[in-house]
Design a protein around this ligand. Structure first.
Ligand SMILES: *Cc1c(COP(=O)(O)O)cnc(C)c1O
Length: 446
């Protein structure tokens, strides 16, 4: 075992090593710790860039005509899912009648079918904007429709955009980069799903397969891109542009909550649960939400029991990188979007004071919950996206959650819970059926 020094308490370490699911409460939450926190102004810059790309996106993707180039998702009421959970708690008497359980339906985001449409598209468009500015095709703050012009396409064809990815990030970067006319290269681990590779290749994206895990694919891609000055590498482990693309969505969620009359204040706290891989997507979303709702929003990440990289990094309370391998875990999970051994070194320091906690989920629970969601609400998710479904149940029932609520004097009687569903709508139907069948099997064993 590695000798990397860390400060993970022994009881936490034992639970993690035993692969026992846990809710870890962040002891540094709301502390004054503030290292390299991006300027909140940058969230507005990203929002503005996304707004300036609406006409461009409609031009590149006719299926966005109805939404006028806005890439957004619905906020769906999960009252049946909530009620079914209450009824399954035979020995307890929960009154959740005043709580709202909602699903932020990013699994159905257009074009990319996952939360990666937010960060990935933002980064590719920002790079294209930068190149167009250098070539004086546009002026700063212009609408970005010119990025689809013939002269822009010709210039972009001399550049490449590369990314290392287990799947969904590769889809989002590859599709957008190819649509703009860049040479697009996606480095994947060999285990990545075949349908994702095929979809990319059918759009003219070059797929390079690597043996080894996700971090190895990223590293190989990074090295190859470094050798080419006309290649931009989207670095999932360190990218601020990705992070800000995710953060930009918080304002829209705030509007959706207001429209549906979900007040967020001290009496009506907002709880948000987001699946975490390397941390960019959930970290960006948390950062954006904190900028709007401050202490009234409580963000929790969900990670597989074998891949709790953000939990490990934050609990380690050190500047050094500590991976799940360093504490003896193997990073083997069927939630492929979350199979990440080491958290983003950009995101983990930002989360240290903003994140309320992390809960871990066994693979069986992912399938159980995705089956229950489909039964209750006719919504289908991929396993990674199902990781957050357990969040509201934990906050309402676990002793660790109760201790958190007590210490911050939070009453959850009127809480709003938002579960972030991060991917699924592009998964082929036959794969989805397998996920459901496995969920049914697990539920009927109980
Ligand atoms: C990428 C992804 C996540 C997590 O995002 P990170 O930025 O890696 O933390 C969660 N769910 C799905 C389906 C994803 O594709």
């Amino acid at each position: 075992m590695s000798a990397i020094p860390h400060n993970i308490p022994l009881d936490v370490l034992t639970t993690l090593r035993n692969l026992d699911p846990m809710l870890w409460i962040n002891p540094d939450y709301a502390s004054a710790f503030a290292e390299n926190i991006p300027d909140r102004q940058e969230i507005l810059t990203a929002q503005h860039r996304i707004a300036r790309s609406a006409a461009l996106l409609t031009q590149l993707f006719p299926e966005l005509t109805a939404s006028q180039g806005i890439i957004e998702s619905h906020l769906i009421d999960l009252s049946v899912f909530k009620q079914q959970w209450v009824e399954s708690q035979l020995n307890s008497n929960y009154d959740l009648s005043q709580q709202s359980w909602l699903l932020k339906a990013d699994h159905a985001l257009p074009i990319a079918g996952s939360v990666k449409a937010r960060g990935g598209f933002h980064e590719v468009i920002a790079i294209a904007e930068q190149i167009a500015l250098q070539h004086q095709l546009i002026a700063p703050h212009d609408d970005l429709i010119q990025l689809a012009s013939a002269p822009a396409k010709k210039i972009f064809s001399e550049y490449s955009i590369a990314v290392g990815s287990t799947g969904n990030l590769g889809l989002s970067i590859g599709i957008m980069a190819a649509a703009l006319g860049f040479k697009a290269i996606v480095h994947m681990s060999v285990e990545a799903k075949e349908w994702k590779k095929q979809r990319l290749r059918s759009r003219g994206v070059e797929v390079v397969e690597h043996t080894g895990d996700y971090a190895a694919a990223v590293e190989a891609g990074r090295q190859e891109a470094l050798a080419n000055p006309k290649c931009h590498f989207v670095d999932d482990e360190q990218s601020l542009l990705l992070f800000l693309g995710y953060a930009a969505c918080a304002a829209h969620l705030a509007e959706q909550l207001a429209q549906a009359q979900h007040v967020v204040d001290a009496e009506h706290p907002l709880f948000v649960y987001i699946p975490c891989g390397v941390g960019g997507a959930p970290g960006g979303i948390c950062f954006g939400l904190k900028a709007i709702f401050a202490e009234h929003v409580h963000c929790f990440f969900a990670e597989p029991v074998a891949s709790p990289c953000m939990l490990v990094q934050l609990a380690a309370a050190t500047d050094q990188a500590v991976s799940v391998y360093d504490i003896g875990l193997n990073n083997q999970t069927e939630a492929d979007g979350l199979a990440v051994g080491l958290a983003s070194s950009l995101v983990s320091p930002i989360m240290r004071s903003q994140l309320s906690g992390v809960f871990t989920v066994a693979d069986d629970r992912l399938y159980e919950n995705l089956y229950q969601l489909h039964q209750a609400e006719q919504i289908q998710l991929e396993p990674s996206a199902a990781a957050a479904l357990h969040g509201p149940m934990l906050i309402n029932s676990s002793p660790a959650a109760q201790a958190y609520l007590d210490s911050h004097q939070i009453n959850i009687k009127h809480a709003t819970h938002v579960i972030w569903s991060t991917g699924g709508s592009l998964v082929p139907a036959e794969e989805m059926q397998k996920f459901q069948a496995r969920g049914l099997q697990i539920c009927s064993r109980k």
